[in-house]
Design a protein around this ligand. Structure first.
Ligand SMILES: [Zn+2]
Ligand SMILES: [Zn+2]
Length: 237
């Protein structure tokens, strides 16, 4: 409680010096907003029931993916303003945008009527040490930390780690994506018996989330659901 009050105080002070800006275009926005009105008009939220609840695709790909995770909660489709916002957070050194985009994730949980009682911990899709050194932060971990602050679900930064370097998934075909990540994640034994909400920025084929979920479940996690900012509309198969 005390920590939460302190956090709010720090946040209010930081808003005085660094007024929030739209993570997509950089215009100033109000304290309660996530995007400026123009960019907000180009966010295509995914509504519960609009896509397959398991794989988050309009045309279900569960047979092909065979997901280990139970459900995906996607905030939006990967088009309109979202790709730019994610790109700015990841590659243009705007880690602060994760706080705003974390609000989008928290709103999504609310829309799906799930909350702190449904999960024991938040985990983030991990990055290799080399990539982490190069970027300076893992955007999935920043998003998870923002959701933790906003919902009270504890974030376990060490729940998942990446043990070896792999090629970037987006450069690979669907088949290579499946083998590329095999055995590259490790789960902490503390996930045993826990209901885990796994956070990432984008879900494309679902291969990364699936590999992470498999490792968490084999370490004893009771259930893994996935929370993402965006799911792609067209599926690369
Ligand atoms: Zn904007
Ligand atoms: Zn499906």
């Amino acid at each position: 409680m005390k920590n939460q009050r302190l956090h709010k105080l720090i946040q209010a002070a930081s808003h005085l010096f660094f007024p929030p800006v739209c993570p997509c275009c950089g215009r100033s926005i109000g304290k309660q907003e996530i995007f400026c009105p123009k960019c907000l008009g180009h966010i295509h939220r995914v509504h519960p029931g609009e896509v397959c609840p398991r794989c988050s695709k309009s045309i279900c790909t569960c047979i092909r993916l065979n997901p280990c995770f139970s459900l995906v909660y996607p905030a939006s489709f990967y088009d309109g303003s979202i790709p730019t916002a994610i790109h700015n957070m990841k590659f243009r050194r705007h880690p602060g945008h994760a706080r705003l985009l974390g609000k989008l994730l928290t709103d999504t949980l609310r829309a799906y009527q799930v909350g702190p009682a449904d999960f024991d911990l938040l985990a983030a899709v991990p990055m290799s040490r080399r990539k982490l050194r190069a970027r300076g932060y893992n955007q999935a971990a920043l998003l998870a930390a923002a959701v933790a602050r906003q919902t009270g679900i504890p974030f376990a930064p060490k729940a998942l780690t990446k043990t070896r370097e792999t090629r970037a998934q987006h450069q690979l075909s669907a088949m290579l994506r499946r083998t590329n990540l095999k055995g590259s994640f490790q789960a902490d034994p503390s996930v045993n018996g826990k209901r885990v909400l796994l956070v990432d920025d984008v879900l494309t084929t679902g291969t990364t989330a699936n590999e992470a979920a498999e490792i968490l479940l084999s370490a004893g996690a009771k259930r893994v659901d996935v929370l993402v900012l965006a799911t792609t509309r067209s599926q690369i198969l």
